[in-house]
Design a protein around this ligand. Structure first.
Ligand code: COA
Length: 176
């Protein structure tokens, strides 16, 4: 990872979660107005997210995540200017399908293997989240297991799929 790309990639900037009221309000707003995004990213009982739910999520990230960032579009265009840990990602609805999820996951892999010395990066997706499953497989993540019929959503039980990428797998992919 080039040093000038430590906390940024081609189109994106990665900022620390700072737990401010503005940030919490932003997250609560996204989760409330785009319930599909919320449903795809939590296994909690689906009720409209309360401020305390967002607090719990942020406290959980602070305690358990090695890396938790807000993914931002920079203010100006680019031209101007050891244990495996699970990876989670949510892109704001209006910016989904623009390649930002792929770019941010590639950046996280560079960070995990090139900076944090990780040997494996794992992530999970619910089987009904076909876009996420497609994306993880396209990026080169390997399915390593399935917790069968463990998520109840919309009158049906769905699988929880586990994916991983190993250091040497990313080393080969990043050269392509
Ligand atoms: C899943 C998620 C993280 C993917 O992020 P994203 O930014 O939408 O992903 P990308 O844009 O890189 O790729 C998604 C699609 O956009 C397409 N795409 C990528 N770059 C594109 C571009 N420049 N223009 C148009 N389409 C593009 C990809 O081909 C892909 O198509 P597909 O869905 O038909 O396979 C995002 O959709 C999200 O936050 N979803 C809700 C929460 C969630 O599910 N989180 C993951 C929980 S496991």
């Amino acid at each position: 990872m080039p040093l000038d790309r430590l906390f940024r990639s081609k189109h994106l900037l990665y900022k620390a979660l700072s737990n401010t009221a503005e940030e919490k309000h932003f997250l609560q707003d996204v989760m409330t107005h785009d319930a599909a995004t919320y449903a795809q990213s939590t296994s909690r009982l689906l009720v409209p997210p309360r401020a305390e739910d967002i607090d719990k999520d942020m406290a959980g990230l602070a305690a358990n995540a090695l890396l938790s960032v807000i993914i931002c579009l920079p203010p100006k265009p680019e031209a101007d200017t050891k244990d495996p840990k699970p990876l989670g990602i949510i892109i704001a609805p209006e910016h989904q399908g623009s390649g930002y999820g792929s770019e941010a996951i590639r950046w996280s892999l560079e960070w995990a293997f090139g900076i944090a010395g990780m040997h494996a990066v794992r992530l999970t997706a619910f089987s009904f989240n076909t876009r996420a499953v497609r994306l993880y497989e396209r990026l080169g993540f390997v399915r390593e297991g399935v917790r069968r019929e463990s998520i109840y959503f919309d009158h049906q039980w769905h699988d929880h799929i586990m994916f991983s990428m190993l250091e040497h797998e990313w080393a080969a992919l990043r050269k392509e």
